[in-house]
Design a protein around this ligand. Structure first.
Ligand code: SF4
Length: 360
């Protein structure tokens, strides 16, 4: 039973310098793309009750709210479904915010990244700090009670006090949720081709992360996942569904999904996607062993960590026996919880390293 939906809108006017997401500047293809997307939804969605729906990108705020309403109308949404849409400050108007609010979106996620104009420019973002303030305040006025901002740390020339200032600003704006990512220079990005000067090193990035954890905690946010902080009751239900290794539909160019035991992705370019929106590429049926590993990997992303008895029951295993050596080796980075094990903040910092030991 699949009760979560991800929909990808792959348009951005320009590429941010660090970006490797599926996003393209061919805005003239918007209409055709949305037609293809609606065909895919009509043919593949089986009509289940949907608890969480997430429209991400790219830049979904480049799509008119009437089209967003049309997309949402295709789903059988639960009364209290969490419906999120991502938006970038420079392409978000009051009319758009009001339009998406009226058609049932109840969570807005703004790609703010930093509250520092100089840094925004250096990473190729197209908005200003003022635009970010304006859209957040406008969303509040219109009635949004659940707002996320994305922040990035580890940017070129960024100092510890820059990070603190941005996090404090987000907290003082009173947003319900903060997602924060350490900059990674990935192949395919402009930063990969032209490596920027003055990148904070790994240790500095780790210190920035710990500072962020400290500030958000001081402001009453719960650090509920490696990179995510929420006021009580505002944890992202959609993302928790991923981290609980549950099923989800993925619709649109470049989107991945996980239905039954099968993980799939779609064609990564708009043209290829439009050739056949129903074509699911890279279909993989996950074995029990792979599902167990993923449940561990994803579960450890959460501050609550993994639920040992649920894992034992689902996979017919004895987790503590099977992973005894690993649990012992990393005991100072792990804490025992009511239901199992979780990382400490220091454990989160080296989580990739620790988790690679769980992979056989
Ligand atoms: S707005 Fe997001 S998806 Fe678009 S280019 Fe920037 S980082 Fe990439």
């Amino acid at each position: 039973m699949t009760s979560s939906v991800y929909i990808h809108i792959p348009f951005c006017r320009q590429k941010c310098y660090y970006c490797t997401f599926s996003s393209y500047p061919q805005l003239d293809l918007r209409e055709k793309y949305l037609d293809g997307l609606l065909i895919e939804i009509e043919k593949r969605y089986l009509g289940e009750k949907i608890k969480t729906l997430y429209i991400g990108g790219g830049t979904p705020s480049l799509i008119g709210f009437e089209k967003i309403a049309e997309i949402l109308s295709k789903f059988n949404l639960e009364e209290n479904a969490e419906v999120t849409i991502e938006a970038n400050p420079e392409s978000t108007t009051n009319a758009w915010i009001k339009g998406v609010f009226d058609c049932g979106v109840n969570r807005l996620s703004f790609g703010v990244q930093s509250f520092d104009d100089k840094l925004l420019k250096q990473i190729g973002r197209k908005h200003t700090v003022k635009q970010a303030f304006d859209v957040i305040l406008s969303a509040r006025k219109i009635g949004f009670k659940n707002i996320n901002v994305d922040l990035i740390y580890g940017l070129p020339m960024q100092t510890m006090s820059d990070v603190s200032a941005s996090v404090i600003t987000a907290c003082e704006l009173g947003v319900e949720h903060i997602s924060s990512y350490g900059l990674k220079i990935e192949e395919g990005s402009k930063f990969f081709r032209e490596r920027p000067k003055s990148l904070p090193d790994e240790d500095m990035q780790a210190d920035m992360y710990l500072k962020l954890c400290e500030i958000t905690e001081k402001y009453g946010y719960k650090h509920y996942e490696i990179s995510n902080f929420a006021k009580n009751g505002f944890e992202s239900k959609h993302n928790l569904n991923y981290w609980n290794a549950e099923n989800y539909y993925g619709f649109g160019c470049g989107a991945s999904g996980f239905e039954g035991q099968t993980r799939y992705t779609h064609e990564n370019t708009i043209e290829k996607y439009l050739e056949n929106p129903l074509n699911l590429t890279e279909k993989e049926i996950l074995t029990k062993e792979v599902q167990l590993e993923e449940t561990i990997f994803l579960g450890f992303r959460k501050a609550d960590g993994i639920d040992v008895s649920a894992i034992n029951k689902k996979f017919g295993t004895d987790f503590e026996k099977k992973y005894f050596e690993i649990l012992k080796k990393y005991e100072k980075y792990l804490k025992k919880t009511e239901n199992g094990y979780a990382f400490t903040n220091e454990g989160f910092l080296i989580s990739n390293y620790i988790l690679s030991d769980f992979a056989e």
